[in-house]
Design a protein around this ligand. Structure first.
Ligand SMILES: *Cc1c(COP(=O)(O)O)cnc(C)c1O
Length: 353
């Protein structure tokens, strides 16, 4: 598919690298592609970043049929631009689409069109340490129709946002809260798809956690509320008795690319690694017997988010003396160094733009 390019006449002023936050500044251009049953995915175009005009009956607004991805473009010390495991993001986008009855898109096209967009927007990729250009590919259902069914038409779009260093205030641990009253997802639902519904479902418990001074919610399984699933919108890891363990993918856990990277690196380093069912009771017991060494979350935004404190019922436990544990620290540093081209890339995760 040939991409039509229309450039904006007036470029926006670029923000100062030191003042970047997350997700509120957008670049000059975006990518749009449409889907119609007769034409398939068609009319790919890079055009000025602009609001959508849509019918109030547009299906995505009512029934939430949408999927998205989140990845980053990094600027290396030499000025080149690289993506981290972007292929895996596009494979996962299509997996999410299948769960939501959205037509798949050719993965080579997804990669090529992103690279073309990045080529046009490369001056937006910030240079300061820890900063990056966040990439948000999204697909929405666009039929103007109030009946409940899968839409016939869709829009794929990609927007870009320069973002600041996640740990601008230092690489510090967070406090997490185990909720017993809410669940994020259930097996057989859409928990393993990157779809807005999962985020909507997480907001209420998230607000409760924030009000009590906790940064993230630790989610238990939706059936027995016994097994650990995820933390906030990150995957979760425990270091127990020198073993790195994470909940196995069970249909309600999002298959994180950072999660996969942590597992691959830990194995590569010869550490003991497992993916299995982990109960909250096992974690509390491991803490009591002194075997719980670390807890950390993993995701594209933070890379690694160490946990210093966890509240479950009336119990509050301190993890790694409330500091960043050595394994979380090594993983964070290694993954970040690969992303910014400062370390060797033993698994060929880097895609140059
Ligand atoms: C995106 C996401 C993650 C993390 O996935 P990465 O590919 O590592 O960024 C974890 N959990 C949920 C619910 C997510 O949406």
């Amino acid at each position: 598919m040939e991409i039509t390019i229309t450039k904006t006449k007036v470029l926006k002023p670029k923000p100062d690298d030191s003042k970047l936050g997350f997700g509120s500044i957008f670049t000059d251009h975006m990518l749009n592609v449409d889907y119609e049953p007769e034409k398939g995915w068609h009319n790919p175009r890079i055009e000025p970043y602009a609001p959508f005009e849509m019918d109030p009956a547009t299906m995505v607004l009512h029934y939430g049929q949408a999927v998205f991805e989140g990845l980053k473009a990094y600027r290396t010390a030499s000025g080149s631009v690289q993506l981290f495991r972007a292929k895996d993001n596009f494979t996962r986008l299509n997996q999410s689409s299948r769960s939501l009855c959205i037509p798949e898109i050719d993965e080579a096209f997804l990669m090529d069109s992103l690279k073309q967009l990045l080529e046009i927007e490369k001056d937006w990729i910030p240079k300061a340490p820890g900063t990056s250009l966040y990439v948000r590919p999204t697909i929405i259902a666009t039929d103007p129709y109030l009946g409940v069914r899968a839409s016939n038409t869709y829009r794929y779009f990609v927007i870009l946002s320069p973002v600041g260093a996640y740990y601008a205030a230092g690489f510090n641990p967070v406090k997490i809260w185990v909720t017993k009253s809410h669940v994020r997802a259930v097996r057989g639902g859409v928990g393993e798809a990157k779809t807005p519904a999962n985020y909507a479902a997480s907001l209420y418990a998230g607000e409760q956690a924030t009000k009590s001074g906790y940064a993230q919610v630790l989610w238990l399984d939706g059936v027995e509320q016994k097994y650990i699933e995820e933390v906030g919108s990150m995957n979760i890891f425990f270091v127990i008795d020198d073993e790195i363990t994470t909940p196995m993918l069970n249909g309600s856990i999002l298959p994180g690319i950072t999660r996969n990277s942590v597992l691959a690196l830990a194995k590569h380093w010869g550490m003991k690694v497992s993916e299995r069912k982990i109960t909250i009771d096992e974690v509390m017991q491991a803490h009591e017997s002194g075997k719980l060494q670390e807890i950390f979350g993993s995701g594209t935004a933070a890379v690694i988010s160490p946990v210093g404190e966890m509240k479950y019922g009336d119990k509050v436990i301190t993890v790694s003396d409330g500091k960043v544990g050595p394994i979380a620290n090594k993983l964070f540093k290694t993954i970040q160094d690969i992303q910014y081209g400062k370390a060797e890339d033993p698994m060929s995760w880097i895609e140059t733009v």
